[in-house]
Design a protein around this ligand. Structure first.
Ligand SMILES: [Zn+2]
Length: 348
């Protein structure tokens, strides 16, 4: 069987659509038909060489919803037909981090869409241990964005930032991750200060539950004043060392500063800044399968909305245009849709 895939041939090179032979799943693996896959900032980061070039050419795509269509020898046949979220990180099953519920870190993790081919494709073969069954099913567009755009800020605010009801949370950067950090922070009972630049993004943040919106260009003092003086948790979602520094500047006493926006550049901080305010400077990497299940539940109950993330869709073959839209900042997210799956009658 042949399936379409979108390949990044080299760092910075235009994406190419190819037709390739679909592999059969081996023991412990599943063949998954991709229904929808989000395009996000990390895909731009990948395209610009941020993850290096260990695996090239590579098929990008790491926030995907699909359906199991076949399993390898020895696997439970009940998987076939099940809707799944694809957890993009594969940790060795004996990893002490994975065994402790931290599948997102460790020396030998392999990332779908970075280290191995990803979900800008009609079909992928994945280890069964990376699939999160979704029962009852939800809309594949919702599931695709839950599998990163919602799960990443959820992980950062709960497992890393430990946001508590009544605390003041500042979210810096109001794109695909930050806008959702606002609604998740609101859901967790925090007072949310949304810090951004564009008028439209600030307005969206207000709609998603921000108590205060403030422009980052007004400066750190203005943000602290708008927050009422004390910020307990800062979530920094912009891949820019100047904003990493800004995050430290606005953090209050005993605050947790959580960095999510990926930047390879350094920023300066003096030990005394951390000591005198008793600041904790933390990094948050992606999310775990448990986070996906938790945010799917919050989508089901209506506690979290996805409407602002799912309104732009494109057929999978337009992955390059989706990447361009994101780089220009004209969309928060585009979801690539497998049209062959949506309209099975059109399958060759
Ligand atoms: Zn992503």
């Amino acid at each position: 069987m042949l399936g379409l895939a979108v390949v990044m041939p080299a760092v910075g090179a235009p994406l190419r659509v190819i037709s390739r032979e679909v592999a059969a799943p081996g023991p412990g693996e599943a063949l998954v038909r991709i229904d929808a896959c989000g395009v996000c900032g990390s895909d731009v980061f990948l395209h610009e060489g941020g993850f290096g070039s260990a695996k090239l050419p590579v098929v990008p795509g790491h926030e995907a919803a699909g359906r199991v269509v076949a399993v390898g020898d020895g696997a439970d046949a009940d998987w076939v037909g099940t809707q799944v979220a694809l957890y993009y990180i594969d940790a060795p099953p004996d990893s002490p981090h994975a065994l402790a519920g931290h599948e997102n870190v460790g020396p030998d993790i392999r990332r779908m869409g970075v280290d191995v081919d990803g979900a800008f494709a009609e079909y992928v073969v994945r280890p069964l241990r990376t699939l999160v069954p979704i029962v009852p099913e939800i809309d594949p567009l919702d599931l695709a964005v839950a599998t990163d755009a919602l799960a990443t800020p959820f992980h950062a605010l709960t497992s890393v930032g430990h946001v508590q009801p009544g605390e003041t949370l500042a979210v810096i950067g109001l794109g695909g991750i930050g806008s959702n950090a606002v609604q998740i922070g609101h859901h967790l009972g925090a007072r949310v200060i949304a810090v951004g630049r564009g008028e439209a993004k600030l307005a969206l943040a207000a709609k998603l539950g921000a108590d205060v919106t403030v422009r980052s260009t007004d400066g750190a003092d203005a943000v602290v004043a708008a927050a009422g003086g004390q910020i307990d948790v800062v979530l920094q979602c912009v891949g820019d060392p100047a904003m990493d520094r800004f995050a430290v500047d606005i953090a209050g006493y005993r605050a947790r500063v959580v960095l999510v926006g990926a930047s390879l550049a350094r920023f300066e901080v003096a030990a005394t800044e951390l000591i005198w305010r008793e600041l904790a400077l933390l990094g948050s990497r992606a999310f775990t399968p448990r986070d996906i299940a938790d945010v799917v539940d919050l989508v089901r109950t209506g506690a979290l909305t996805t409407a602002h993330l799912t309104s732009n869709t494109r057929p999978m073959v337009e992955a390059q245009q989706a990447l361009d839209d994101l780089r220009r900042g004209s969309v928060l997210r585009t979801i690539l849709v497998n049209e062959a799956a949506a309209h099975p009658g059109r399958l060759p």
